[in-house]
Unconditional design. Structure first.
Length: 227
C-alpha cells in the first residue's frame, strides 16, 4: 500500500456556495475517477483537508460516503484507501456498459437529427485534438462525453439515466487504457457517428458492441501486464 504524501496539483479549492459535505464528496470522487488519487492510495484526512481547503470533518464524512459506494475501503487500524477494483468487478461493469450503449447506439441511429450528429462530431474533434497533444485527462473526458452524447441521442430517458449511473466508474476503468487504445478508439467513434448519421441502426449497434468489447479486452490486458 502506498503512503507517500500528496503532491501539489492544480486542484481548485472547494466552492462554498455548494453544501460543504457535498462539495468535498464531489471533489474527492473527481480526484479518484481521474486517478489523481490512484487505486490503493492511502487517504490521509489531514492532507486531503489541506488540499481542498476545508476542515477534517467534511473529509471524514465524504470518505464514509465513498466507502458506502465502493470507491474507498476503510480498514480498521489502518485508515482509508482508494479501492482497488478486481478484474471481476471491471468485467461486470463493462459488460453492463456494453449492453446499455449498444442499445443506445441502435436508438440514436433511428432518432438523431443533424444537430445531434454534429454534436458528436464536435466531441470527436475535441477528443482527437486532446489525443494529439497527449492530454490523457482530456481524452478520458471527451470519451465520456462521446458515449453520453450517443445515449442522449437515443431519446430513451430511462436508458440515459441508467448509463449515467455507470458513467463515472467507466471513466475510472477507462483511464488506464486511454493511451493504449489511442487513435483506434477515435477511429471507431468516427465510424459510429457515420452509422448514426446514415440511420443504420444495426450497424451502429454492431460498431458500439465491438468498440466496448475492445475496450474491455484492453483493460484486462493492461491489468494482466500483457497489453
Amino acid at each position: 500500500m502506498t503512503t507517500q504524501p500528496l503532491k501539489s496539483a492544480p486542484t481548485a479549492k472547494v466552492q462554498r456556495p455548494v453544501p460543504l459535505r457535498e462539495a468535498v464528496y464531489e471533489a474527492l470522487l473527481e480526484l479518484i475517477t481521474r486517478r489523481q488519487l490512484e487505486p490503493g492510495r492511502h487517504l490521509v484526512e489531514s492532507e486531503l483537508a489541506v488540499r481542498l481547503g476545508v476542515s477534517r470533518q467534511p473529509v471524514r464524512e465524504a470518505l464514509q460516503r465513498l466507502s458506502n459506494e465502493g470507491w474507498v475501503d476503510l480498514r480498521p487500524g489502518y485508515g482509508a484507501f482508494v479501492h482497488r477494483p478486481t478484474e471481476s468487478e471491471a468485467d461486470q461493469l463493462l459488460a453492463v456498459r456494453a449492453l446499455l450503449e449498444t442499445e443506445s447506439a441502435r436508438l440514436a441511429a433511428r432518432n438523431a437529427d443533424e444537430d445531434g450528429v454534429e454534436r458528436l462530431w464536435a466531441v470527436w474533434r475535441a477528443g482527437t485534438a486532446a489525443l494529439g497533444r497527449g492530454d490523457v485527462d482530456a481524452v478520458v473526458t471527451a470519451n465520456a462525453d462521446f458515449h453520453r452524447g450517443v445515449t442522449e441521442l437515443s431519446g430513451n430517458t430511462v436508458l440515459a439515466e441508467l448509463a449515467a449511473q455507470v458513467d463515472r466508474r467507466v471513466r475510472w476503468y477507462y483511464a488506464p487504457v486511454a493511451r493504449s487504445r489511442g487513435r483506434a478508439s477515435w477511429d471507431e467513434h468516427a465510424r459510429m457517428i457515420e452509422a448514426v448519421a446514415a440511420g443504420d441502426a444495426e450497424e451502429a449497434a454492431r460498431l458500439m458492441r465491438e468498440h466496448t468489447e475492445r475496450t474491455r479486452r484492453t483493460y484486462h490486458r493492461q491489468i494482466d501486464g500483457t497489453g
